[in-house]
Design a binder for this molecule. Structure first.
Ligand SMILES: [Zn+2]
Ligand SMILES: [Zn+2]
Ligand SMILES: [Zn+2]
Length: 254
């Protein structure tokens, strides 16, 4: 099983349009970050976690030819607004794309992509099969066993996903005990770390490090960074053993 981090930035991406801070002008390729999403490839199936505004560029860059389904963590635009760009996959297969998310998120998608759900939708509109899931639900795609997990994005309850021995948690502020138990001692933890300063709905760098310790993951990769955190080279040395900065295109077997 293989995961590829397609994007690793917070909602504005890095560089931020018009910004000339040290991160945004950095020539370290790791500091060019698209919005967060991940590609998961098993023996015979390919899934994507979140479909943000950079989805098209991400699919081209990773040379993805086919997708079986989409898992959505939550309804914020940086995680869903690229859904229209699923059309090439939908047209090629001639079947609606399966979208797994919580009912609240699916309702929001019906609002934001209203044209896709009209009775007489125009022929070029995407077609989605909306499939509600709840924390604790398990899906099987070939050799992938996916469990939906609950995490809290400030006051918003959202989903995270455990796929075999990997857990993907984005936009996290607190991890409930039930979820901690489900991912305890996991091989790989992917977790967000926005910046050093407090934020009402995202982990700071220190909070992410503390959560990684609580989970006792073998390896933790940090995602969803803001340009405010600074260039990767300015903070990576502060990470304890087993915690690593991620970058777009980072790919490994698990
Ligand atoms: Zn900047
Ligand atoms: Zn969010
Ligand atoms: Zn986000």
């Amino acid at each position: 099983m293989k995961i590829t981090l397609l994007g690793t930035a917070t909602s504005q991406g890095i560089p931020v349009i018009g910004c000339d801070c040290a991160t945004c002008i950095s020539d370290d390729p790791r500091d060019k970050r698209l919005r967060c999403a991940a590609l998961v490839e098993g023996d015979n199936h390919t899934l994507v976690i979140d479909v943000g505004p950079d989805f098209r560029a991400q699919m081209l860059r990773a040379d993805v030819k086919d997708l079986d389904a989409v898992l959505l963590t939550h309804e914020h635009n940086d995680h869903v607004i690229g859904l229209d760009d699923l059309r090439p996959f939908i047209f090629r297969r001639r079947t609606p794309m399966r979208i797994y998310a919580e009912q609240r998120v699916l309702d929001e998608i019906k609002e934001r992509f209203k044209y896709a759900f009209e009775e007489h939708a125009y022929p070029g509109a995407p077609k989605f099969e909306l499939l509600p899931i709840h924390p604790g639900d398990t899906l099987e795609y070939g050799d992938m066993r996916i469990t939906a997990l609950r995490v809290h994005h400030g006051r918003l309850p959202i989903l995270a996903f455990k796929i075999n021995q990997l857990a993907y948690l984005t936009d996290t502020k607190t991890i409930p005990q039930t979820t901690l138990n489900q991912i305890q001692d996991i091989d790989v933890l992917i977790l967000d770390a926005l910046r050093r300063e407090q934020h009402h709905s995202h982990n700071t760098l220190d909070e992410a490090i503390a959560q990684s310790k609580a989970v006792k993951a073998d390896k933790t990769y940090l995602i969803h960074m803001s340009h405010i955190l600074g260039p990767t080279a300015s903070w990576e040395q502060d990470l304890p053993a087993g915690v690593y900065p991620s970058y777009d295109g980072l790919s490994f077997e698990f």
